[in-house]
Design a protein around this ligand. Structure first.
Ligand SMILES: [Fe+2]
Length: 239
């Protein structure tokens, strides 16, 4: 089935200096009220949410503060959907703002063909989708990597286009919006704050291992070494 990959810019958000970004605390899918504890920028984000979102007990705040060196990725570099659902499943909406300008998330806009079966039940997954005019079956790439070739073909044909998220833009998208991370263009802090609406509580808490948590302080990047020299240097970190 064909579904549109799209997003909407719904507002703007202040731009904060790097020294203020670094003082915020990542929030691991907590309620809107708890999400305010992440710092003054998180509070401003929660207060900028539509009243219906602020009052919805199912809305979760999920943010990530990262320090990236030039060339580092904030996560896997492949195109993916956030909170991919089974066909006919509930829509999961996201309101999101990016702060820090060194790694701009790239969105894909346009029609995408999804397979009717085989969607993964796990969040942040794009497995089980098929390609538009370009079969993805029969090769060993993962689900996420399949979408990379779909997008390449769609950009070549003009059926798809890409859009880079700018810092301070408040956007709304859903679980059918394809996007990917881009490598940092310089060293610095990056804060991505999201409010998620529509995830089932069981999935968002118990099954995924989230709950009342200890202070959340992950440090993650998806650096991809691309030369033999870089791969050799990176090898010890794979252990
Ligand atoms: Fe994502």
């Amino acid at each position: 089935m064909i579904r549109e990959s799209r997003l909407e810019v719904v507002g703007s958000f202040p731009i904060y200096p790097q020294a203020e970004l670094r003082r915020e605390a990542s929030q691991p899918r907590v309620s809107a009220a708890e999400g305010r504890e992440g710092g003054p920028i998180h509070r401003a984000f929660v207060e900028a949410l539509p009243p219906g979102w602020q009052a919805d007990p199912e809305v979760e705040i999920f943010s990530r503060l990262l320090w990236l060196k030039e060339g580092w990725y904030p996560l896997s570099p492949h195109y993916h959907f956030d909170w991919a659902q089974s066909p006919g499943g509930p829509q999961v909406e996201t309101l999101m703002v990016l702060l820090g300008d060194n790694s701009l998330t790239e969105f894909v806009l346009g029609p995408l063909e999804h397979s009717a079966t085989g969607h993964s039940a796990t969040g942040h997954s794009a497995t089980g989708h098929s390609a538009t005019g370009h079969s993805a079956t029969g090769h060993s790439a993962t689900g996420r990597q399949r979408w990379d070739s779909v997008v390449a073909a769609g950009l070549r044909s003009g059926a798809l286009r890409t859009w880079a998220l700018e810092p301070g833009k408040l956007i709304r998208f859903d679980n059918r919006t394809l996007h990917r991370a881009r490598p940092a263009t310089r060293t610095g802090w990056r804060l991505l704050i999201r409010a998620i609406r529509g995830l089932e509580r069981a999935r968002s808490r118990g099954q995924a291992g989230f709950g009342k948590r200890a202070p959340f302080a992950t440090c993650r990047n998806s650096y991809v070494p691309e030369t033999d020299h870089a791969r050799a240097r990176y090898e010890p970190y794979r252990q």
